[in-house]
Design a protein around this ligand. Structure first.
Ligand code: ATP
Ligand code: MG
Length: 556
């Protein structure tokens, strides 16, 4: 019976059914393709890959044999061709290299963009409305029947898909237009997603590059102080690598005390940046650095503070230079005054000396004033000595340069002080480098420096203690060449932080019998030898003076 009915069905109905069936199949096919490109939303959105996939799906799924995709550039007016398929090489190259400018080039592409609607031109070659630009494009793309569908996202047009059936010459139907429009809606989302991701990862790469190449150390930490990242320059300055740093807290790395930590924490919480401050940092290789630290708050999208970005600058060399310049300036100022007054004092002093000497000579041997006059002469000698020292500071020393064995010179210096030291129960130890340490210097001047440093060390120990003199050969850290390093380390009373900057000043002394010229003179002598004196001290723990001298052997 069913068969009868089938037979009975009119031909026209069968055809309509067939048509409906193919139409359904086409829609089904389209939906499949839309569904499949949608899956690209969750995978890594690489714009190139996304465009390739979209073009392929349009060709296989919607049966077009040429596809062209244009996207509007960041400037909002340039319509750039980003992908073609099915075109001749010349056709593709021209499209890719010649962007269309909205508002300047009038053609199907720009008008589809401006209208935000699909444009279908059945026969562009004979279209009387074709513009000059259209005709040029017709020519190199060999277009006839073409369809342009805008890529729209939330009402905003971001680009355009153009298709045709160049080879099969099959007709483009209303269904095709609708299908491509549906497909384009989905494609627009995926393309924009990939473009955003591209822009973001470019931005991320840019900031990563800036951080990597920065001349400052950059450390990122959270509010608890947990380090999240340390850039290569930071690794270099601090002498710890990023992986080690991430296991530590910023307050432990920089040894912030509770007060400092709280100050920084509170400021960051209030979203205040931390203005530059200086700290001393001890590296694992024992190098002590002066670091400048500035910190900025790190806020999230909602404005909450997540942590801090700290900029770390190595100020060690600058500080050393600053100290040195300050000391040199002070010396120069002292010299200027000294040479002026020394002359004025010396002449009357010479007068007094001769008078007193005459008086002494005239006194009988048993005269009780004789002793007092002798004392006056000794005191005048002392003043004269002082003036000589001050004048020495003021002018360049005439150095008697010869080849000097530093170890011999040190041993000799120790022997001068040992007796006094032993009386106070102080041991003086030496730990010399295995290499001999020859250099060209003025041995008497160097002995004067070593003697002053050694006496200062012994003086700093009230009862019982140890002074260690050690030597080392080293490569220059900032200047090339080899350097002698001589350390005088004591476990005496130490120097309080508030006076450590003054100890090289002329006449600074904390001793009842000191002149306060010892270190000033020593510094000057070492400077004249192109070397450096540095000091490190902790109250109640002790002091270390380091003398660095360049090795000069070749010079005459
Ligand atoms: N090793 C040290 N330990 C502790 N303090 C020191 C040490 N070396 C120097 N000082 C401090 O520096 C000051 C200046 O030293 P400097 O050698 O210039 O003069 P002085 O020793 O006081 O006198 P002078 O050397 O002229 O007899 C000392 O008075 C002392 O306070
Ligand atoms: Mg001294």
């Amino acid at each position: 019976m069913g068969n009868d009915r089938m037979k009975a069905a009119p031909d026209s109905l069968l055809v309509t059914n067939e048509k409906l069936k193919t139409k359904l199949e086409v829609k089904n096919n389209l939906l499949n393709h839309v569904y499949e490109i949608s899956s690209m939303l969750t995978s890594v959105p690489d714009l190139e890959k996304v465009l390739r996939e979209i073009v392929d799906r349009i060709m296989t799924g919607l049966n077009f044999d040429r596809v062209i995709i244009h996207l509007i550039n960041n400037d909002g007016v340039r319509l750039e061709c980003v992908r073609t398929k099915g075109f001749t090489q010349i056709g593709a190259e021209r499209a890719l290299s010649k962007p269309l400018v909205i508002g300047k080039h009038y053609c199907y592409e720009t008008s589809a963009i401006l209208r935000g609607e699909p444009i279908f031109i059945k026969d562009t070659v004979n279209n009387p409305e074709a513009t000059e630009v259209d005709r040029i494009i017709n020519n190199y793309q060999e277009r006839k029947s073409v369809l342009y569908v805008p890529l729209k996202l939330k009402g905003k047009v971001i680009g355009l898909i153009g298709v045709d059936r160049y080879r099969t010459r099959m007709e483009i139907t209303q269904d095709d237009i609708e299908s491509l429009a549906i497909f384009a809606n989905q494609a627009a989302i995926i393309i924009e997603n990939a473009r955003l991701y591209d822009a973001l990862s470019n931005e991320k790469m840019l900031s990563e590059n800036i951080i990597r190449c920065s001349v400052n150390g950059i450390m990122v930490s959270d509010l608890d102080g947990q380090i999240r990242n340390l850039n290569p320059r930071g690794e270099e300055i601090l002498g710890i690598n990023n992986e080690e740093a991430k296991l530590r807290l910023i307050q432990d790395v920089f040894l912030f005390n509770d007060k400092e930590r709280l100050r920084i924490y509170k400021a960051l919480k209030r979203k205040e940046d931390i203005s530059p401050f200086e700290i001393t940092y001890q590296r694992k290789d024992n190098r002590r650095l002066t670091l400048g630290i500035t910190a900025f708050t790190l806020t999230g999208e909602n404005g909450d503070v997540h942590g801090a970005v700290s900029l770390i600058t190595d100020l060690t060399e600058k500080k050393r230079m600053d100290d040195y310049l300050l000391r040199t300036e002070k010396l120069a100022a002292l010299g200027w005054i000294a040479s002026g007054i020394a002359h004025e004092i010396r002449n009357p002093l010479a007068g007094i000396y001769t008078t007193v000497q005459n008086m002494e000579n005239e006194c009988d041997t048993d005269n009780s004033h004789r002793g007092e006059l002798k004392n006056i002469l000794t005191e005048i000698d002392r003043i004269e000595g002082l003036i000589r020292e001050v004048l020495n500071l003021a002018r360049p020393l005439p150095l008697q340069i010869e080849e000097v064995d530093v170890h011999k010179l040190l041993t000799n210096t120790v022997s001068l002080v040992r007796k006094e030291a032993t009386k106070k129960d102080i041991v003086i130890k030496t730990q010399f480098s295995k290499e001999t340490m020859p250099t060209r210097a003025d041995p008497n001047r160097l002995r004067q420096v070593f003697l002053n440093l050694l006496i200062n060390a012994v003086d700093s120990i009230t009862t019982k203690g140890k002074v260690m003199i050690s030597t080392e050969m080293m490569e220059g850290q900032t200047k090339p060449g080899r350097w002698l390093l001589i350390r005088f380390k004591d476990n005496g009373i130490g120097i309080p932080a508030e006076v450590i900057n003054k100890i090289f000043d002329p006449f600074f002394t904390t001793k009842s019998v000191g002149t306060g010229l010892g270190l000033t003179v020593s510094d000057k002598i070492i400077q004249d030898h192109h070397g450096i004196i540095e000091v490190e001290s902790k109250v109640q723990k002790g002091t270390t003076f380091c003398v660095r001298l360049p090795v000069f052997l070749d010079e005459a």
